[in-house]
Design a protein around this ligand. Sequence first.
Ligand SMILES: Cc1cc2nc3c(=O)[nH]c(=O)nc-3n(C[C@H](O)[C@H](O)[C@H](O)COP(=O)(O)O)c2cc1C
Length: 133
Amino acid sequence: MEAIEKVCKFLDEAGTYYLATVEGDQPRVRPFGTALVYGGKLYIQTGKVKSVSKQLARNPKAEICAFKDGKWLRLSGELINDDSRDAKQAMLDKMPELKAMYSADDDNTQVLYFKNATATFSSFTEAPETVTF
Ligand SMILES: Cc1cc2nc3c(=O)[nH]c(=O)nc-3n(C[C@H](O)[C@H](O)[C@H](O)COP(=O)(O)O)c2cc1C
């Protein structure tokens, strides 16, 4: 399995991950659950009205932490906005529960992909494994 697929699978199986952004000198973190590999990129989804979206527009640096079955994943990089309708629709099709709140043609739905990503899988029992994509 490709590194990016492995990271997405971990996020899917964890169900919830925590996304950190930067606001000035203040870290901000919140639970997220969206993840999709599309066109060879790892995407997440949010709403443009949210503070998280505004923070990423000013400073794209972000970090995700997820935990599952005694292993944790730390994924850092930059989250880049993609206004492609196809990418938005692919996200909504993978996660149909989003369709209650979002559509590919509204002014709010936003997908962002990781650029310069470094992902490290860790546990208390095995050596850390780092992948980049
Ligand atoms: C389990 C869980 C998963 C969530 N997944 C997402 C998500 O993928 N995208 C999103 O925009 N909000 C998601 N939310 C809601 C955000 O955590 C919430 O809107 C948060 O306040 C956004 O951060 P902000 O207030 O800094 O903008 C999720 C909430 C929970 C409890």
